[in-house]
Write a protein that binds this ligand. Sequence first.
Ligand code: HEC
Ligand code: HEC
Ligand code: HEC
Ligand code: HEC
Length: 198
Amino acid sequence: MRKMRQAFVGLLLLLLGGGGVVLEAVHARADSVMHRYVGVETCEVCHSAKRIGDQFDAWAGSPHARAYADLTTPEARAIADRLHVADPTRDGRCLSCHVTAYGKPLPEVLSTFRRTDGVQCESCHGPGEDYAHFSVMISPKKSKRAGVVIPDETTCKTCHNPSSPTYKGFDYHAALRMIAHPVPAETKRETLEMGDEK
Ligand code: HEC
Ligand code: HEC
Ligand code: HEC
Ligand code: HEC
């Protein structure tokens, strides 16, 4: 009987020990985790509310929302001809800057994502699978842990640089004003009270 009990305790310890290993594995994953792209419609659900600043509408009216569609214009055709690109809507020499998540393997892109939506929120803010949830978003700390990026000039310059066939320089502050989409200060205050940081 005692032997059985010892065996049972041993098994329990093994399970607990094993559990520890699993937990550690989960933590390790949280640090180096692969966040997947969800696409702009997922952000639209919350970020089209006036109260939060309607970032969706600001984006939808910006050139970034047209970035893929503009690859079919006569102007794009002329640029493509000059560079011997047969189809700009399929060629990495154009898509790398005109869509989100270019070159990412399929497992990193969820089925809600559409490349035709051009340069989407996640081009600048990082793939949203793990942060695009209310309980995470109301906390800047949790959002950051879940992969939110607050972009800066370096982010813009991954596309706004001399490798762009139409590049004529890039003034960060002027460009930022053209795509501004702030959260109203009052909403921000209320949200921070709801979240875990006061
Ligand atoms: C369930 C609703 C919801 C969804 C879905 C959602 N958000 Fe949010 N998001 C919020 C709320 C609420 C805030 C906090 C706003 C504030 O500062 O008051 C927020 C804040 C943010 C911030 C600022 C974070 C910070 O640390 O200051 C960014 C950037 C953002 N969202 C981007 C996105 C993007 C990109 C998507 C889609 C991939 C998305 N959100 C999806 C509700 C949402
Ligand atoms: C290095 C990133 C990058 C690459 C590669 C790129 N573009 Fe662009 N494209 C941009 C940026 C950024 C702009 C905005 C203007 C600027 O600063 O060049 C732009 C603007 C454009 C415009 C003007 C849209 C308008 O009407 O205002 C067209 C057309 C265009 N690109 C077509 C192409 C085609 C065709 C290719 C491939 C042969 C291509 N681009 C490759 C980044 C890029
Ligand atoms: C071209 C890059 C870019 C795209 C695309 C973009 N953002 Fe942003 N976003 C920024 C930058 C840069 C800031 C920080 C602005 C600043 O420093 O004031 C920001 C800030 C924010 C904030 C925080 C604003 C605040 O006042 O704290 C939210 C929320 C947000 N973005 C949501 C979105 C959503 C939702 C989308 C898509 C519908 C989107 N963004 C698309 C670059 C982008
Ligand atoms: C993934 C690539 C990419 C990133 C990152 C990016 N852009 Fe763009 N941006 C584009 C493309 C492509 C266009 C041209 C779209 C069109 O007109 O078809 C553009 C156009 C613009 C325009 C209008 C054209 C111009 O140059 O005057 C502004 C303003 C702009 N971007 C601001 C920004 C800012 C600010 C950031 C960083 C916070 C940023 N972009 C990050 C790809 C990008």
